[in-house]
Design a protein around this ligand. Structure first.
Ligand code: DSN
Length: 390
């Protein structure tokens, strides 16, 4: 690079990534092909609109890129193009979720989503997010005794509040979601069912986590977590007489965004191509095995695992344990000093604050990409234990 300052910083970050054990549940390491697509000349092209109607000339190549990405997105999740459509232009997860509400929920109406402290996401109707300011949030959480979803309680809430959309799919919920039951929750209110599968999309593609497509009206996903692609997002919508794809396309562009990032879309296409290979299925399976091994080892060492375990790529550890342990901030700071990167996280019914909560969230997607197996996962757990007990 001519720019030595930035070149040096990129090198530093590359070295940092190599040096640490990365247990951030929403991060991963992409292939060189994904990086090459991101750094390609596709970055230079403006292509506002969709391949059937663009507002700039010179789109003969980028139209093919976007169409190929859409084709692969449907294939990777085994979707019939006559029944499902996909928009691959969202710049990231938050605008993708915002686009769905903009398309389907009149301003001021109700969005029912999980509260952030219980494992939801800012864009599932939190008051501090635009989604909780422009729409009325109806918040739900997990049951106090099991720390898992209580579908009967959710149905009652939906019946009482009559939201226009029910959102499921979370950022810190280690268990599988029963999408059939969530469909029944949405049906009580005659609401849309939106599944935000950002965290577990790679596990769905790898067929180790239930697919939401049989029950959802709309599925959103970032592409950079377990799916192991560039930072971007995609929105799938059911094709029927409600015209969902058309409404969503209009909400993405011109509703929210201008020109799509074609280099990013090419990177998503590369990642989706990789996710359809048999090696990816093995990877997804290993991610879950590794996370379960790590959670099991931590539990044996005396740490409380929220909900008693995990079915996915992440687990939540109650490090505070009602004062018998240490706070989440101290835990994450101590781990970082020792080269292990996690994030502090609230646990359900947390009595502490989000800046110094009771727990940490641990994910194994990134380390599994680097080749970790169950033995390394257990070693990491023992390492974590010895650092937190110091
Ligand atoms: N910030 C992401 C996560 O870490 O889960 C979600 O957007």
């Amino acid at each position: 690079m001519q720019d030595k300052q930035i070149e040096k910083l990129i090198k530093e970050e590359k070295e940092r990534q190599k040096k640490v054990i990365n247990l951030i549940a929403s991060e991963n390491y992409v292939s060189q092909d994904v990086l090459d697509a991101l750094g390609s000349e596709l970055n230079n092209k403006y292509a506002e609109g969709y391949s059937a109607l663009r507002y700039y000339g010179g789109n003969e190549v980028v139209d093919k890129v976007e169409n190929l990405c859409k084709e692969r997105a449907l294939k990777a999740f085994h979707l019939d193009p006559k029944k499902w459509a996909v928009n691959v232009q969202p710049l990231s997860g938050s605008p993708a979720n915002l686009a769905v509400y903009l398309a389907l929920v009149p301003l001021g109406e109700k969005i029912m989503g999980m509260s952030l402290p219980h494992g939801g996401h800012l864009t599932h109707g939190q008051k501090v997010s635009m989604t909780g300011k422009c729409w009325q949030p109806v918040s739900y959480g997990v049951a106090e005794d099991t720390e898992t979803l209580d579908y009967r309680a959710l149905k009652e809430l939906a019946k009482k509040e009559m939201p226009k959309i029910v959102v499921c799919g979370y950022t810190a919920y280690p268990r599988v979601v029963d999408f059939k039951k969530m469909r029944a929750v949405a049906d009580v209110a005659k609401a849309y069912l939106m599944v935000d599968m950002s965290h577990f999309a790679g596990l769905v593609a790898g067929e180790v986590y239930p697919s939401p497509f049989e029950y959802a009206d709309v599925v959103t996903s970032t592409t950079h977590k377990t799916l192991r692609g560039p930072r971007a997002a995609i929105i799938f919508s059911k094709i029927d007489d409600r015209d969902l794809p058309k409404k969503i396309d209009k909400a993405v562009f011109p509703g929210l965004q201008g020109g799509p990032h074609l280099n990013q879309i090419a990177g998503v296409a590369v990642a989706l191509g990789e996710a359809m290979k048999p090696a990816f299925k093995k990877y997804a399976k290993q991610v879950v095995l590794n996370t379960q091994a790590l959670a099991d080892e931590l539990s044996k060492l005396g740490w409380r695992i929220v909900s008693g375990g995990t079915d996915s790529h992440l687990c939540l550890v109650d490090t505070w344990m009602n004062g018998a342990g240490i706070g989440g901030k101290e835990a994450s700071d101590r781990l970082e000093k020792n080269g292990i990167i996690v994030n502090k996280n609230t646990i359900p019914f947390d009595a502490r604050t989000p800046v110094d909560p009771s727990g940490i969230r641990i994910g194994m997607a990134a380390e599994t990409t680097r080749g970790a197996k169950e033995k390394q996962a257990r070693d990491i757990a023992r390492n974590i234990d010895s650092i937190l007990r110091k």
